[in-house]
Design a protein around this ligand. Structure first.
Ligand SMILES: CC(C)(COP(=O)(O)OP(=O)(O)OC[C@H]1O[C@@H](n2cnc3c(N)ncnc32)[C@H](O)[C@@H]1OP(=O)(O)O)[C@@H](O)C(=O)NCCC(=O)NCCS
Length: 148
């Protein structure tokens, strides 16, 4: 099992997993744009036996990071890989970084994973997604404020 940075050559494999995993999946163009157009993008892959089985897309800025997409391929789900990948990603963020994400309200496995790793609900928006589902906005607040 290995985590490595993705390159644009991995975009096709990412897209194949994306289509298997999500009903409303990112287009190949959107995936490519994260490699070519976003200077804040950090994309990590999880490999098992040299095969890509999951990925995480992050936009990292000073003091804050947004997890904008994450998936584990279907046959590998619920085996601890998602937790491993997200934990590793969070450990790489500096101690002074707040991490944001959004998730569909009905996506219990994802919400459980995020809560387990220290995320808290900060906001909710009804009918936020194009399929009409509600969004939960979550934050992992890492900022350590000193005494004043
Ligand atoms: C959400 C996702 C990334 C989690 O990765 P995973 O490898 O399947 O999850 P893990 O095996 O690491 O499990 C993490 C926790 O989530 C929960 N969980 C994972 N899959 C679950 C399932 N099918 N049913 C119930 N709980 C589940 C478990 O509570 C688990 O913790 P525990 O085993 O310590 O109790 C993965 O299931 C996935 O790709 N889902 C589809 C895409 C998606 O929803 N992405 C997130 C969009 S915001």
């Amino acid at each position: 099992m290995k985590i490595r940075n993705a390159t644009i050559d991995d975009a096709i494999e990412i897209f194949k997993i994306e289509k298997r995993v999500f009903k409303n999946y990112w287009s190949f163009k959107s995936i490519r744009l994260e490699f070519t157009e976003s200077k804040f993008s950090q994309i990590s892959l999880l490999e098992v036996d040299s095969k890509i089985i999951g990925y995480i897309f992050q936009r990292v800025m000073p003091g804050q990071s947004h997890i904008i997409n994450m998936a584990i391929d279907l046959p590998y789900q619920h085996k601890g890989y998602g937790k491993f990948l997200l934990k590793n990603t969070l450990e790489k963020d500096s101690e002074d970084t707040n991490v944001f994400l959004e998730v569909k309200e009905a996506n219990f496995p994802a919400i459980k994973l995020y809560t387990d790793l220290g995320f808290e609900e900060i906001h909710k928006k009804d009918r936020y997604y194009s399929d009409g589902s509600n969004a939960i906005f979550m934050l992992k607040n890492n900022k350590k404020h000193g005494l004043v």
